[in-house]
Design a protein around this ligand. Structure first.
Ligand SMILES: Nc1ncnc2c1ncn2[C@@H]1O[C@H](COP(=O)(O)OP(=O)(O)OP(=O)(O)O)[C@@H](O)[C@H]1O
Ligand SMILES: [Mg+2]
Length: 246
């Protein structure tokens, strides 16, 4: 591995400590007002924003480190049910957009209840009961990163809904993420998987979109021997299907 890559990864790794200190400090101020002193509504709002952003930063750091791990061929395989994978991804996504919903999702025990809660937020689940309960033997961090990226994109681009479905077919875990947004013209079907390719043009969207998500998805998928299929056209929404051998 080139020297600069190791140096960059160690630097990114070392960000973990200061991020945790910022996170813990903000949480102490927010949750321990008895010893740290009372807060105004405005201060609470700012602290909550700080905590949400430390979460985003932590996630970015972990994602980059996970890609590094993938490049080195390191796998951490465990047994987990498909339900756990999907629920964790939903919590991770809602933690940033709707912390109240994330809190509710954490406590939910059944598929039907989960589907009701997320449907109220514009996301539909379509899993057959058998697939939902199936235990899979995979690198969960990698699969989660793949699904989280696809769902985050779908939520970003949807016009009104996102559908996440899954099944087990021919010893493969199949995950589909579909939205009804502006879609992707065939001329961009290759390019969206290149690093730093985005279709956003404003500075605002440059901050939101790095054009790294899908490139990372492809690295992780390749590592696990998986494939990705994209069905989409201009104005027709997008459907990303991943198949990961079990
Ligand atoms: N569901 C989708 N609908 C329409 N366009 C999409 C969808 N998913 C991805 N794209 C297009 O593909 C581009 C690349 O996606 P990718 O996830 O790699 O980067 P990003 O979402 O822009 O930024 P980030 O690095 O934060 O993920 C996006 O900028 C967008 O133009
Ligand atoms: Mg993305």
């Amino acid at each position: 591995m080139p020297d600069t890559t190791i140096k960059t990864e160690i630097l990114i790794h070392d960000l973990k400590v200061p991020i945790s200190v910022i996170d813990a400090g903000a949480k102490s101020l927010l949750n321990r007002q008895d010893s740290y002193g009372p807060l105004t509504d405005k201060q609470i709002k700012v602290l909550k924003r700080i905590i949400r952003n430390t979460l985003t930063t932590k996630r970015l750091v972990n994602d980059v480190l996970e890609l590094g791990r993938s490049r080195e061929g390191v796998m951490i395989i465990s047994d987990f049910p498909v339900s756990h994978l999907v629920t964790c991804v939903l919590v991770e996504i809602f933690d940033l957009s709707d912390p109240g919903a994330a809190e509710t999702i954490r406590k939910i025990k059944t598929y039907d209840e989960l589907n009701r809660v997320v449907q109220a937020c514009g996301t539909k689940l379509s899993f057959n009961p058998k697939a939902w309960r199936t235990m899979v033997h995979l690198d969960e961090a990698k699969v989660r990163q793949i699904l989280r990226n696809l769902v985050t994109n779908a939520v970003k681009h949807r016009s009104s809904f996102v559908e996440i479905s899954g099944s087990i077919e021919e010893k493969q875990l199949i995950l589909k993420v579909k939205d009804d947004g502006r879609g992707i013209p065939p001329s961009d079907h290759q390019r969206i998987f290149e690093t730093y390719f985005t279709t956003g043009s404003s500075i605002e969207s440059a901050i939101q979109s790095h054009g790294l998500g899908l490139a990372g998805v492809m690295v992780l998928l390749k590592d696990m021997g998986g494939t990705l299929t994209l069905n989409s056209d201009d104005g027709k929404g997008a459907e990303f299907i991943v198949a990961i051998p079990l």
